[in-house]
Design a protein. Structure first.
Length: 73
């Protein structure tokens, strides 16, 4: 995923993401400088998936998810 924009990534293998990949993802979300809102939403959903499957990778980025307690209820 390195150096690719969210719009260029069609399918991401979450198991292969590195801490560097997640840092790039978080940086894009922090900047919120996307060509359209769907690109940002795609990145947000990827980060959210990581929160549930590989939470150790997003420890410093939970604030980007803005999750409420019991969000999944």
């Amino acid at each position: 995923m390195s150096t690719k924009q969210a719009s260029e990534v069609t399918e991401v293998d979450i198991e292969k993401l590195t801490p560097e990949d997640v840092a790039e993802l978080a940086e894009r979300l922090e900047k919120d400088d996307y060509d359209n809102p769907f690109e940002g939403l795609k990145d947000w959903h990827l980060l959210r998936s990581l929160a549930f499957t590989r939470s150790e990778l997003i420890e410093g980025y939970y604030h980007l998810l803005d999750l409420e307690e019991y969000d999944e209820c």
